[in-house]
Ligand binder design. Structure first.
Ligand code: URA
Length: 234
C-alpha cells in the first residue's frame, strides 16, 4: 500500500495532510525518516510512526443500517444524534456513510472505512441503482401519473441546475405512493424531482442500493455487517 494512503487510513490525516506530514519529516518507516508519499509499504511488517506513534490498519469494515428519522449522516455533532452514535463498533468514527440520507429520510444506509469501495458505490459513472419509496402530498393518477413517468424517464431539469437528471424509473404503487429508481445522488434529488413534477414528498424511504436490499427484519436503528457477497456485489 502507498505510504500516503496508509497514513490516511490509520490516522486522522487526509491524503493531502499526510503528504504534508511526510514533507515536514513527521513520519518514520522502520525507524528512518521518510518523505516520499508514493513509497510502497508492507502493512503487516513495516513499522510506520507518525510523530513517534506507531500506526496500524484497523481493517476494512462494511455495515448496513436501517436509518431511522431524526438521525444525521454527518460526522460533526449537531442537533440530532449521528448514525455513528448508534453503531457499537471499535473505531466507529472512521466509518463514513456511503452517500447521505436526509435527517427525515429512513431506510438503507451503507457505511464503510473503505474509500475506494465507497467511491464505486456512489460514483455516477458506475450507475448504481438506488430505489426510494416516496409518500406524496398530492395523488397522481391517469394522465398526470403517465406524464410524470415519462418526464422521469427522459430526465428532469432540477431548479438551479444545468444538466437534466439521468433517465430514471418511476412506478406508482398507489396514487400517493411512488417507487423511484435513480442512478445518481444529487443534493435532495428525490424530493427535488417531485417538486419539479409539481408535487411534494411527505416521507421518503430508501429500499435498496444496487443488489443490496434492506432486510425486513432490520428494524429502524438496527445495523449489521455486510456479507462478503454483498460487499463484492459492487
Ligand atoms: N433524495 C432526497 O431528496 N433525500 C434523501 O435523503 C435521499 C435522496
Amino acid at each position: 500500500m502507498r505510504l500516503d494512503r496508509f497514513l490516511s487510513e490509520t490516522s486522522p490525516l487526509t491524503r493531502s495532510l499526510a503528504k504534508r506530514a511526510l514533507k515536514n519529516g513527521e513520519v518514520t518507516l522502520n525507524g528512518e525518516p521518510i518523505k516520499q508519499s508514493a513509497t510502497q509499504i508492507d502493512t503487516e511488517n513495516d513499522e510506520v510512526k507518525l510523530n513517534g506513534e506507531r500506526l496500524a490498519l484497523v481493517g476494512l469494515r462494511y455495515v448496513m443500517m436501517h436509518k431511522p428519522v431524526d438521525v444525521e449522516c454527518t460526522a460533526r455533532r449537531g442537533l440530532y444524534p449521528r448514525v455513528i452514535d448508534i453503531i457499537d463498533l471499535p473505531k466507529v468514527e472512521r466509518l463514513q456513510p456511503v452517500g447521505r440520507l436526509d435527517v427525515d429520510t429512513t431506510g438503507l444506509l451503507l457505511l464503510t472505512n473503505d474509500g475506494q469501495w465507497s467511491h464505486r458505490v456512489t460514483s455516477p459513472r458506475h450507475r448504481c441503482a438506488k430505489v426510494y419509496v416516496a409518500e406524496l402530498a398530492e395523488p397522481m393518477e391517469g394522465e398526470t401519473a403517465q406524464w410524470a413517468v415519462e418526464q422521469v424517464a427522459q430526465g428532469i431539469l432540477l431548479d438551479g441546475e444545468e444538466t437534466p437528471t439521468q433517465p430514471a424509473t418511476l412506478r406508482f404503487v398507489t396514487p400517493q405512493q411512488a417507487e423511484l429508481t435513480i442512478t445518481e445522488g444529487r443534493y435532495h434529488q428525490v424530493k427535488r424531482m417531485f417538486v419539479a413534477l409539481g408535487n411534494h414528498v411527505n416521507a421518503l424511504h430508501r429500499r435498496s442500493i444496487g443488489d443490496v436490499v434492506l432486510p425486513d427484519d432490520l428494524a429502524p436503528g438496527e445495523w449489521r455487517e455486510l456479507t462478503a457477497e454483498e460487499i463484492a456485489s459492487f
